[in-house]
Design a binder for this molecule. Structure first.
Ligand SMILES: Nc1nc2c(c(=O)[nH]1)N[C@H]1C(S)=C(S)[C@@H](COP(=O)(O)O)O[C@H]1N2
Ligand SMILES: [Mo]
Length: 376
C-alpha cells in the first residue's frame, strides 16, 4: 500500500470549489434530520421486538408500526445520496496526514472515523436487509442496533466539536458571482433531486398511491397469493404437512385447556379487522382479516386478562416461530386468530389454517401456522 505512505501524501487541499463547508453544512443539516428520524423509528422497532415492561407499546394506533417502519426505511434510503455528497465535499480532509497534532484533534478524528464507518455499515447492512440479501454472518438486527448507538454517539461528539464551524457556514451565502461550472447551489439542488427520486421509486412499497412508481423497492406489496407478499413460504418453513393435517387442532394451554379444530374456530363468533402486514424491511400492505378474537379464546380457556401471551408456530427451527403479546395487545378487539384474508380462506403461504394478526405490530411478530397459545 505504498500509496498510503505518509510521505507520498500532500497536505490536504480542497481542490474543487464545491468542496466547501457551506455545502457540507447544508447537506449535513438535512442528513442530520434523516438520521434522527431513522434512529428514533429504529428504536421504536427495537422496542417492538424487544419489549420492556416499563415502556409497553400500545396496540393503537393500529397503523403505528406501518408509519414508523416506513419512515425508518425511507429516511435510511434518503440518507444514502446525502452521505455520498457530504463525503465528497470533505474526503481529502479524511486522509490528511499527520492525523493530528494534538490530543483533542486526535479524538476528533477518531470520532469521525467511527461516524463514517458506522454510517456506512448501517446503510449497507440496512440495504442488504431490505433486499433480503444476507452475505454477512452476524445477526442483522443485533448488529444494526448496536452500531446505531456508535453512530449517534460519534455524531453528537462531531456536532459538539463542529458547532461553531457549522453555525458560521450556514450563515454564509452559498453562491459567489464568479462561480463557474456546477455551482454549489446546483450541487445542492442535484442532491435534493437525487433524494426525492430515490424516495419516490422506493416508498411505494408502503404508500399505496405510489405503487406504480415502485421501480427500485425490493417488494411490490400487492404481488403474491391473495394480493399480499410472502416472506417465508410454507415449503420453506416445512409446515406443508402439519398445517394441512386432518387432525389439526390449535392447542391452548390455560386453566381450561382447549384443542380447537378449524371447525371449532369457525363456530366461534367471527370478526373482521382491517390491519396491515408491516415487514421490518419496509414494505407494508393493508388487508381485511377474518377470524376469531384472541381475547375470546383466552376467556374460554380461563386465562386472566392481565396475562402476557405467547403464540407458537407449527414451524420448527427458524427465528420467527413464536411471538409474545402484552396483555393490551392480546386483548385488543382487532387482534385475531385469522382464518381468512380478503374474504378467502388463508393461503397456505399466509399461515393456513390459523395465523396471528394483531394491531400495531411488526410483521415478524405476526406468527403464521399457529400451533399453540400459552401464558408466559
Ligand atoms: N411461522 C412464521 N411466521 C412468520 C414468519 C416466519 O418466518 N415464520 N415471517 C414473518 C414475517 S418476517 C412477515 S413480514 C410476515 C409476512 O406475512 P405474509 O407472508 O402473510 O405476508 O409473516 C411473519 N410470520
Ligand atoms: Mo418480515
Amino acid at each position: 500500500m505504498s500509496i498510503l505512505r505518509p510521505s507520498r501524501l500532500r497536505p490536504p487541499t480542497l481542490t474543487s470549489p464545491l468542496r466547501d463547508t457551506r455545502v457540507t453544512a447544508r447537506v449535513g443539516r438535512v442528513l442530520g434530520i434523516a438520521i434522527s428520524i431513522c434512529f428514533v423509528t429504529g428504536l421504536i422497532s427495537h422496542l417492538h421486538q424487544n419489549p420492556v415492561s416499563w415502556l409497553p407499546i400500545p396496540p393503537t394506533p393500529v397503523w403505528g408500526y406501518r408509519l414508523t417502519q416506513g419512515l425508518h426505511v425511507a429516511s435510511g434510503l434518503a440518507a444514502i445520496p446525502l452521505v455520498l455528497v457530504k463525503l465528497f465535499s470533505v474526503y481529502p480532509l479524511l486522509f490528511a496526514w499527520p492525523p493530528a497534532r494534538s490530543v483533542s484533534r486526535a479524538l476528533e478524528r477518531l470520532s469521525i472515523a467511527v461516524l463514517v464507518s458506522s454510517m456506512l455499515f448501517e446503510l449497507a447492512s440496512g440495504v442488504a436487509n431490505i433486499a433480503q440479501w444476507y452475505p454477512f454472518h452476524f445477526f442483522f438486527t443485533a448488529a444494526h442496533y448496536a452500531v446505531a448507538w456508535a453512530l449517534v454517539g460519534s455524531l453528537l461528539v462531531h456536532l459538539a466539536v463542529k458547532a461553531p464551524v457549522i453555525a458560521q457556514a450556514l450563515r454564509e451565502r452559498l453562491s459567489e458571482t464568479d462561480e463557474q461550472g456546477l455551482t454549489r447551489r446546483g450541487l445542492l439542488v442535484a442532491t435534493g433531486a437525487a433524494v426525492v427520486t430515490l424516495t419516490a421509486v422506493t416508498v411505494g412499497q408502503t404508500v399505496p398511491g405510489l405503487r406504480r412508481l415502485t421501480l427500485l423497492a425490493p417488494r411490490r406489496p400487492d404481488i403474491g397469493p391473495q394480493g399480499l407478499p410472502v416472506n417465508k413460504t410454507a415449503t420453506a418453513a416445512q409446515v406443508r404437512e402439519t398445517a394441512t393435517a386432518a387432525d389439526y387442532a390449535l392447542q391452548v394451554k390455560g386453566p381450561t385447556p382447549l384443542a380447537l379444530s378449524v371447525a371449532d374456530l369457525g363456530a366461534l363468533p367471527q370478526r373482521e379487522a382491517e390491519l396491515p402486514i408491516t415487514c421490518v424491511e419496509g414494505w407494508s400492505a393493508s388487508a381485511s382479516w377474518g377470524g376469531v378474537r384472541l381475547a375470546d379464546v383466552l376467556d374460554q380457556a380461563g386465562i386472566s386478562r392481565d396475562a402476557t401471551i405467547k403464540v407458537t408456530s407449527l414451524q420448527k427451527g427458524g427465528l420467527y416461530t413464536s411471538s409474545v403479546l402484552t396483555p393490551a395487545q392480546a386483548r385488543h378487539d382487532d387482534t385475531l386468530l385469522a382464518l381468512r384474508v380478503r374474504g378467502e380462506v388463508l393461503a397456505l403461504d399466509h399461515g393456513f389454517p390459523v395465523r396471528l394478526i394483531a394491531a400495531n405490530r411488526p410483521g415478524v411478530l405476526q406468527t403464521k401456522w399457529l400451533e399453540g397459545i400459552e401464558v408466559v
